[in-house]
Design a protein around this ligand. Structure first.
Ligand SMILES: [Cu+2]
Length: 128
């Protein structure tokens, strides 16, 4: 008995099929676990942010635009090491992955005028 040429061919085809199936399975899983994309715009004006509260799920990919409708401001979240300057009358857009769950204050770190210190809000990241 032993392996005939024909059955050897079938075995090889079988092995090839398994190899091809491998990456497909991985790709499907990766798609399943792809982070949700969330998009927000925060307006800074009169030493206030609006809205003052942003809520996302842990691991969401967050795209944030912060727009100033008056003077220059900043947008800072210490725990996420985010600190962005927002130009007067302009905006800044950035992305981050909300991988840490919890409530994280955001604030304006500029010091030129006392009003900046009143600018507060919070990012809420709900645990998965
Ligand atoms: Cu400010």
């Amino acid at each position: 008995m032993g392996i005939t040429r024909r059955s050897l061919g079938l075995i090889l085809i079988g092995a090839g099929g398994a190899l091809l199936a491998g990456p497909c399975v991985v790709r499907l899983l990766a798609q399943d676990e792809a982070p949700n994309r969330r998009e927000f715009t925060i307006v800074a004006k009169d030493f206030q942010y609006s809205p003052t509260r942003i809520e996302v799920m842990q691991d969401d990919l967050v795209k944030l635009t912060v727009r100033s409708e008056d003077i220059a401001h900043s947008f800072t979240i210490d725990q996420y090491r985010i600190s962005k300057r927002v130009p007067a009358g302009g905006s800044t857009t950035f992305e981050f992955q909300a991988d840490k769950a919890g409530t994280f204050p955001f604030y304006c770190a500029l010091t030129g005028e006392p009003g900046h210190r009143m600018m507060h809000g919070e990012l809420i990241v709900r645990a998965k």
